[in-house]
Design a protein around this ligand. Sequence first.
Ligand SMILES: Nc1ncnc2c1ncn2[C@@H]1O[C@H](COP(=O)(O)OP(=O)(O)OP(=O)(O)O)[C@@H](O)[C@H]1O
Ligand SMILES: [Mg+2]
Length: 272
Amino acid sequence: MATKNEKLRIPPTLMEIDHILGVFSAKGGVGKSVMSVNLAKSLVSKGFKVGLVDGDIYGPSHPVLLNATDMQLNVTDQELLDPLEKNGLKFNSMGFISSEKMPVIWRGPMVSGAIMQLIAQTNWGKLDYLIIDTPPGTGDVQLTLLQKIALTGAIVVTTPQDISLADTKKGIEMLKKLDLPILGLIENMSFFKPNDSDKKYYLYGKEGGKKLAKEYKLDLLGEVPQFEFNNSNLTNENEIISKISNKIVEKIVSKVNLLPSKNKNEIPQINT
Ligand SMILES: Nc1ncnc2c1ncn2[C@@H]1O[C@H](COP(=O)(O)OP(=O)(O)OP(=O)(O)O)[C@@H](O)[C@H]1O
Ligand SMILES: [Mg+2]
């Protein structure tokens, strides 16, 4: 495994980015993508310059979540991609690349090459935050990413029932081993509350996130209810989600500001 200081190089595209945050989970389908999109939108609403990378190469979900299925990245033979932009948020995803342009993206070594291209070969310009929605799984792709990009910190998304799985703990252990500050946990699908009642139904068990946070001395940044809606209604147009994610973002920003200057001012670097 390459150490953080080995062969570090700063790609020009990441030079003007203050903080890169990775959204991780130990299990698929817990809401990483939904939360990544919401956090990015909340950061924009607070006046930050924000970029968002969809790390899911095989099953990108951001075009739908961003309500931008009609947009396409302009892929040329040049080295760098220009991100798309909507409502002040810059973003990219394999889902915005037409099938005939795919070979250009696949010239790197398989999946991690494509992810690195979305992250480091994109003209982000000056950003306060770049949010990386990591791909499903906790295997090699995540590890490659963690070894190649010096992230400011990680946000872990879990669901209540996850705590019973050794996987979540394994994921946290992996982040810890790599010396990456974990800014906190988000518990998604915490409970279901019908619109016409104040009663909360804990479909997947109660306070799993709280217990996990306590065990690992992590902050529980927020508990997001389970909704009945489809994907496009799960983002910030949904008032409840928007409120929760604004609160989560406030916590994240203050935590980032409290990080030792080693992390705070570290220019995101890439390991080659
Ligand atoms: N709070 C919620 N209420 C209802 N449905 C949700 C909620 N959060 C996420 N979902 C739904 O659960 C599914 C998985 O969410 P999402 O794609 O964000 O998870 P993920 O962790 O990114 O998955 P993957 O590991 O495949 O990348 C999606 O269909 C999404 O719409
Ligand atoms: Mg996802």
